[in-house]
Design a protein around this ligand. Structure first.
Ligand code: ATP
Length: 327
């Protein structure tokens, strides 16, 4: 049922994520990789608003924020795809809706910004259209939009298996403090996975193709029990000890963008407990001891010349919240 023209607009705030572990298996026949993905939602947000639009408008999209120029405004935008998918799921005719994204999550930064917008659009349109989609149906729609979208509906912390969409919420004690070093330009996630496969194939002993069980077993993605215990206990030092080797995509991101090694070194020199490339990069994430350390590390990173900007934040952040309905 399309929204009545007088229906109030709905704004949903959705957090970004960092992968504190990203274990990547070999590619399957469809090219996708089995993952063990420890997601942590961080308190950097996009706000997605769905508002009624005049008949015949279709799905109209606007985006504002420092990176807005890098966001596609056509039907490839994940928020627009989410709105179209939700409408199709409910058998609605082509919906008329104005989607607005207030974007604060770095674009193509390995922080799931597009996925966050997709989750926000699903929830905002569901409220606007009064479709009351059950949680398990929203999860299934989210999985079709991308492997990070289901976590973006959930927030907090979770282990993602399969392509990342089979989620198990994880307990986390207390608050972890983070600094994110945002790079100039993005990295394509598919290109980083391809580079990961290439580096692994190059490292295989001759005559042992990566698809063979022995080679596959070497990369079987498993959650790190020590890292999960560190999250559960709120132990930043223990978590920091696991981070430098936690992201299987990090060597590929560094191979495609060697300057990220300078960013990681600058963060450590600035006093971070540990750093890692966030997801497929190029954003680098630094775990720090507390809020004072976060401010100091961010200031030094910003002065280091190794990143575009440095953002201070905390985790885990709660999942999507409706922050307003307004005429
Ligand atoms: P992930 O961490 O899930 O791999 P990412 O944070 O690296 O994703 P995104 O910010 O989601 O990357 O953007 C990746 C690409 O997706 C962009 O370069 C852009 O072309 C496209 N895109 C589609 N919809 C959006 C959106 N709503 N916001 C940002 N980028 C989008």
């Amino acid at each position: 049922m399309p929204a009545a023209p007088e229906a109030p607009a709905v704004t949903v705030r959705v957090p970004a994520k960092v992968n504190v572990q990203l274990a990547v298996g070999p590619p399957g026949p469809d090219g996708f990789h089995e993952l063990a993905n420890v997601f942590l939602a961080v308190a950097l947000h996009d706000d997605v608003t769905a508002a009624p639009a005049p008949p015949g408008t279709g799905i109209r999209l606007a985006c504002e924020g420092p990176d807005a120029d890098a966001v596609p405004l056509d039907d490839s935008n994940l928020a627009a795809r989410a709105a179209a998918l939700l409408a199709a799921h409910h058998g609605l005719p082509t919906p008329d809706v104005d989607l607005h994204i207030a974007k604060d999550i770095p674009v193509a930064g390995g922080m799931a910004g597009g996925s966050a917008d997709a989750a926000g659009a699903l929830l905002a349109c569901d409220a606007l259209w009064g479709t009351a989609t059950p949680a398990e149906e929203l999860h299934a729609l989210a999985s079709r939009l991308g492997s990070d979208v289901p976590f973006c509906l959930l927030g907090g912390a979770a282990l993602g298996q399969g392509r990342g969409e089979r989620l198990t919420p994880l307990p986390v004690a207390g608050t972890f403090h983070w600094v994110f070093a945002v790079a100039d330009g993005g990295l394509s996630t598919p290109a980083v996975y391809r580079e990961c496969d290439r580096l692994r194939a190059a490292a295989e002993p001759a005559g042992q193709p990566a698809a063979e069980p022995a080679a596959g077993a070497a990369h079987e993605p498993r959650p790190d029990p020590v890292l999960l215990a560190a999250l559960r206990d709120g132990d930043a030092a223990a978590l920091a000890a696991r981070l430098p080797a936690a992201n299987d995509l990090q060597p590929a991101a560094l191979s495609l963008r060697p300057a990220l090694a300078d960013t990681l070194a600058a963060g450590r020199a600035a006093g971070a407990l540990a750093g890692l490339v966030s997801g497929s990069g190029p954003t680098c994430a630094f775990l720090v001891a507390d809020a004072d350390a976060a401010r100091a590390v961010a200031a030094r990173l910003a002065d280091s010349g190794t990143c575009r900007s440095a953002r201070v934040t905390t985790a885990p952040a709660p999942g999507p919240t409706t922050i307003g309905t307004h005429a």
